[in-house]
Write a protein that binds this ligand. Structure first.
Ligand code: LLP
Length: 418
């Protein structure tokens, strides 16, 4: 895969702009995204499936990176959206996304979220329980609408990824087991304001070996054949969810081609329209997080590089012990040392890297944290009353501020002193 963050003449560039220049204008901590990278990765996935003779609807998973300019970029490239909340529906609407290219998953859809989605006219809900199906039916009845839905199946397969982002084992909260799903088809006529048009799976995230997709599809294929025959289920769509991984460190990730080849036999045999919901694959390596070294603190046990970004800005290392490559934006020293890269938040869990070998850095130097385009800014918080960082989108030699840095006033705006 092509990279859009590269070192040239000893310093890091995003597309054709030196990262140092961007930081000079917008400060740190800062998220920097490459527009070309989002588009390239979206197209790589689309092309791989097109080459297999499938024309998938790619619903970019908004949760990975929901910046409006990112959404607008992908919408213009033809993407639909995978949403998981009223807030994400609202974002999709703000950029003029087509409702009929939007799918809506999540185990806890509330009445008002369902109403909003129906008003907007989304393509379908990915339903995660029978109770949810009942509520969608009731809301649709009141609105005199017919709701299109897919049943999200929990196929009980192990995607062999981090426990927190494995979603298709039977002990996970997601989806409907095959037995219950069959019961729903048997009873489908009682849901008068719902039409079941698809089957959905999402087996996990950061999946580097795509074989579990085939395992899941095997079960789903058998199920679809069964319900089509037994209950005359007129299905039109098979949605394989998101989950394709990226290289953070040295993981060998199945390419879009391998992925497409892996799933296409099932989809072709079923003769259904393919939907997918990639998030990380498109966004992850399309962004970096840049912070500045404040101090280097040497203790008898460790070297701590203390930076101005923290777990509130990028929580993945703290939450999942996730590995993110870190390197100086413009390395000065030839010598290296082993250090922990940590933030100013008052928790020992506030780190970006532990026992990492880096060129020796000093106060004022910039560090780039790579692969921060997905589940980076979107998971940021104001913990320790730290304002949210700014986000910048680079397009060739142009740099656009796509979210300004939060100020102290912004941060307190919704509060009241009594
Ligand atoms: N579809 C559904 C129903 C999902 O739940 C997700 C992600 C996706 C699609 C997109 O998955 P992706 O292609 O990005 O793997 N915060 C975690 C990842 C959580 C993923 C949640 N669901 C992380 O930072 O690793």
């Amino acid at each position: 895969m092509r990279e859009f963050f590269e070192y040239k003449d000893g310093q890091l560039y995003c597309e054709s702009v030196p990262v140092k220049e961007i930081v000079r204008r917008f400060g740190t901590p800062l998220y920097i995204y490459s527009k070309a990278s989002f588009l390239y990765r979206f197209k790589a996935l689309k092309d791989a499936f097109d080459r297999e003779g499938l024309k998938p609807l790619i619903c970019y998973s908004i949760k990975a990176n929901s910046n409006l300019s990112v959404l607008n970029t992908l919408k213009k490239a033809g993407a639909g959206f995978d949403v998981v909340s009223g807030g994400e529906i609202y974002r999709a609407m703000q950029v003029g996304g087509s409702a009929n290219k939007c799918v809506y998953a999540g185990v806890g859809k509330r009445r008002e979220d369902i109403k909003m989605a129906l008003e907007w006219g989304i393509l379908m809900f990915n339903v995660e329980s029978e109770a949810e199906l009942e509520l969608i039916d009731a809301v649709a009845a009141r609105m005199k609408k017919k709701a299109r839905v897919a049943l999200r199946i929990n196929p009980d397969v192990d995607a062999r990824t981090h426990d927190y982002i494995t979603t298709a084992k039977k002990e996970n909260k997601f989806g409907i087991d095959l037995y219950t799903a069959e019961q729903i088809f048997a009873r489908q006529k009682q849901y008068k304001n719902v039409k079941i048009i698809g089957i959905h799976i999402h087996i996990g995230s950061q999946i580097v070996d795509t074989r579990p997709y085939a395992q899941a599809l095997k079960k789903v294929e058998r199920f679809i054949k069964l319900v089509s025959k037994k209950y005359d289920a007129g299905l039109k769509y098979i949605n394989i969810g998101g989950g394709l991984g990226i290289t953070y460190n040295d993981e060998k990730v199945d390419s879009p081609e391998v992925f497409a080849k892996r799933v296409s036999p099932y989809v072709k045999r079923l003769g259904l329209k393919l939907i997918m919901e990639p998030g990380r694959f498109i966004a992850g390596n399309s962004g970096i997080f840049v912070c500045r070294v404040i101090y280097v603190k040497k203790t008898p046990a460790k070297n701590f590089v203390i930076v101005d970004g923290a777990m509130n800005d990028l929580i993945r290392p703290s939450l999942y012990k996730a590995y993110h490559r870190i390197w100086p934006v413009a390395p000065v020293s030839q010598e290296e040392f082993v250090c922990d890269v940590v933030g100013p938040v008052c928790e020992s869990g506030d780190f970006f890297a532990k026992d990492r070998r880096l060129p020796i850095v000093g106060p004022g130097e910039l560090l780039a944290v790579f692969s921060a385009g997905a589940y980076g800014f979107v998971m940021a918080s104001n913990y320790n009353s730290r304002p949210l960082p700014a986000e910048v989108l680079v397009d060739g030699d142009k740099v656009h501020l796509v979210r300004r840095r939060q100020g102290y006033r912004d941060m307190l705006r919704l509060e009241r002193v009594i």
